[in-house]
Design a protein around this ligand. Sequence first.
Ligand SMILES: Cc1cc2nc3c(=O)[nH]c(=O)nc-3n(C[C@H](O)[C@H](O)[C@H](O)COP(=O)(O)O)c2cc1C
Length: 339
Amino acid sequence: MKETFPKAVGGITLESPLILAPMAGVTIPPLRLFFRKLGAAATHTEMVSCAGLMRSNTKSGNMLEICHKEEPVILQLFAGDTKTLLTAAEKAMSEAPGRFAALGINMACPMPKVLKKGAGSRLLEDPEKATSMVKSLKELGAPVWVKTRIYSERGFSMTASFCEKLLSAGADNVCVHGRTPSQRYAGVANRQSVFDLAETFPDMISASGDVFTPQEALDYLEKRCVSVFIARGALKDPFIFPQTLAALGFSVDNRLLCPSIGLQISLLVELGDHIAEMASPRLAEILIKRLLSGMFKSIPGIAELRRDCACLHGWNALRDLMSGCEHYFERRDMLCRPT
Ligand SMILES: Cc1cc2nc3c(=O)[nH]c(=O)nc-3n(C[C@H](O)[C@H](O)[C@H](O)COP(=O)(O)O)c2cc1C
């Protein structure tokens, strides 16, 4: 696998096939940079409301920010109609020329507030609108990436026909999450339908869904998916990126393969500081607590640290506790601070 990279995937030159998936409320610039440093070859913005961009809504506008050295970033947009999508994308491109490696269209979100606008996975019900969105974004010259879901557990042909229409309209990459919109995040992702799509459309299909271990990423890649988007698995264990890269034959800093608790904590503190500075201390507290709650499973002492962190309020208090957490661990060697 390593030998074939760097390579052009969906019009973007990628160092590897591992991509941080879009996550609303999570994939803000400091977090994206954190995952880039851990080995994500590209990342996504949160889904950005085109209507919000058109109204010059501050929250939507702020989502166009990126950090130094975090490229390539895919700007994911959502809209219920082609005109709003195109105008907002034009606005984003003119305000931030060259900032984004590709324009993404969200045709996957199953949340009611997105569906009622005719956006997200609602577009599966209107392939004509979906294809007109792709065609119109292609006019802007940037690669167009679509993220979508499967129609139904058994209806492979409908999903294949939808993907075929998107690709004929010019989509450079279609990422398929193997759940139906009504499943939301329940049940298990239907990997076989994603494998079948990847076989039907070689080099054009990326995979999303239930990647919690390196092997689960490898399975998608072995079945010819051109890249793998990782979402919840990255929040549970950010080191899934270096570990999967190593499994694919890429050379990886050894410290990231079996990271000491000390290294993990210091990276989290650095990340929290960056979030506090670029976004807000409140968001730093929320996101670092979220990462802490999934990481460091089965390590003596971690349950107490996690419990005490959960009771604290404010990033500074959390930061202080994490920075002086040595006494939580019986085996000090597990902490060995990074050099
Ligand atoms: C907190 C959260 C926010 C998400 N936000 C988005 C989003 O903005 N756009 C999108 O296309 N998918 C979004 N997703 C879906 C993920 O990108 C991904 O497709 C899904 O979680 C399945 O992959 P996983 O099993 O690796 O988590 C989100 C998922 C989570 C957990």
